[in-house]
Design a protein around this ligand. Structure first.
Ligand SMILES: *Cc1c(COP(=O)(O)O)cnc(C)c1O
Length: 363
């Protein structure tokens, strides 16, 4: 038997989630963000499942080229932009759209001589509205905008910014960022873009012309402290699963796993599941983190190792070697496992390793 660790991806659920995003957007164009291998789901497969996406967002050139080489023809936006003049050749040749977030990127763009004379580009100019990671300050933003328009090389300019705290309802930083972006960009005649998944749900005023959902397409709740209302029905796209490969009974007081980090309170039945941090299961998952066996929950007992985890089956006498175990996905939200592991759904989904095979189902 080959290793049973597998990420099962339901493309129909991604399509459902895209439709939810589209509906929430209130008529804005939708950029489906599929960076980092579509948050671990496979960028080409996800792009093929969403032909109606108005654009795809990726981080870097390599991610964009993978899509173009697979025959994806939708507009593709490089959210991180490019960094040297030579890369502009590829941008031109593969017909990519570019975020410009720094003076250095702006300089390389202005210096680039397109192979085809008269060639123009779609550029997304980024304002730092308060997250202080990427983007121009408001005064530099206005200067950069002017330089781009005057360059004659811009076919269309989209003005954008990014939220730092949209995953929390009523963050004052979100209000401040939105006010600064609107004050700097509105009414200039260019399309605007600000909302990620969380803002798509919490902040309708930020939808403008383009929304940029990522995490919600994969069915995870983008809000950190709140359940979604029923009308926002996101379906988990990835179910990470494996099998029980060993079961044993141990006496009360014995410990399980490396470092004796879990001790049986009484006689216990311990199951070993073929999944570990070498597959992308989080090493920091705490004792008590749930797994799903059939429709019942068992809990993590002891440290996660590279290839295996142990679970307490004391209350599940009927389960046996060979039974399927769901680590997250349908029936067990990845956010819950992330919360028990001191991280977020984004990191767990993007962290699934290639040792766990990916299987797509499309129905
Ligand atoms: C990743 C990213 C997004 C998508 O964010 P989610 O929280 O996954 O919806 C949107 N915009 C930019 C610029 C990004 O980098």
């Amino acid at each position: 038997m080959s290793r049973p660790a597998q990420a099962l991806i339901k493309l129909a659920n991604i399509r459902n989630n895209f439709a939810v995003a589209k509906k929430l957007s209130g008529g804005a164009s939708v950029m489906a963000v599929i960076k980092a291998k579509a948050y671990g789901h496979g960028a080409v497969a996800v792009a093929r499942a969403l032909p109606e996406a108005d654009a795809f967002g990726v981080t870097c050139l390599a991610e964009a080229l993978e899509l173009r080489e697979a025959g994806i023809t939708n507009p593709i936006v490089l959210l991180g932009g490019v960094f040297d003049v030579s890369e502009w050749r590829d941008v031109e040749h593969f017909d990519l759209q570019m975020v410009i977030h720094s003076q250095q990127q702006l300089d390389t763009f202005l210096a680039h001589r397109p192979d085809q004379a008269e060639r123009q580009f779609v550029v997304w100019l980024k304002l730092d509205s308060g997250m202080h990671r990427l983007g121009f300050s408001p005064s530099a933003f206005s200067r950069a905008r002017r330089l781009l328009i005057d360059s004659g090389k811009v076919q269309e300019l989209v003005l954008m910014s990014h939220f730092a705290c949209a995953d929390e309802y009523s963050s004052s930083l979100t209000d401040d960022q939105l006010a600064l972006f609107a004050g700097t960009s509105k009414g200039l005649g260019q399309p605007l873009s600000m909302a990620n998944s969380a803002a798509l749900i919490t902040c309708p005023d930020s939808h403008f012309d383009w929304v940029r959902p990522g995490i919600m397409l994969y069915g995870a709740n983008p809000l950190t402290k709140q359940a979604l209302t029923e009308d926002i029905s996101l379906l988990p796209a990835m179910t990470l699963r494996s099998r029980l490969v060993a079961v044993r009974d141990i006496p009360g007081g014995d410990s399980v796993g490396y470092g004796e980090q879990w001790r049986a309170p009484g006689a216990a039945r311990i199951g070993t599941v073929a999944i570990g941090y070498g597959d992308g299961y989080p090493r920091h998952a705490a004792n008590g983190t749930p797994v799903l066996i059939g429709d019942k929950r068992a809990t993590l007992a002891g440290r996660v190792s590279m290839d295996y985890i142990s679970v307490d089956l004391s209350r599940l006498p009927e389960v046996q070697i060979g039974d399927d175990v769901v680590l997250w996905g349908e029936g067990l939200p990845v956010e819950e496992v992330a919360g028990m592991s001191g991280t977020i759904a984004y990191e767990l989904l993007t962290g699934v390793r290639s040792r766990a095979s990916i299987r797509y189902v499309d129905d």
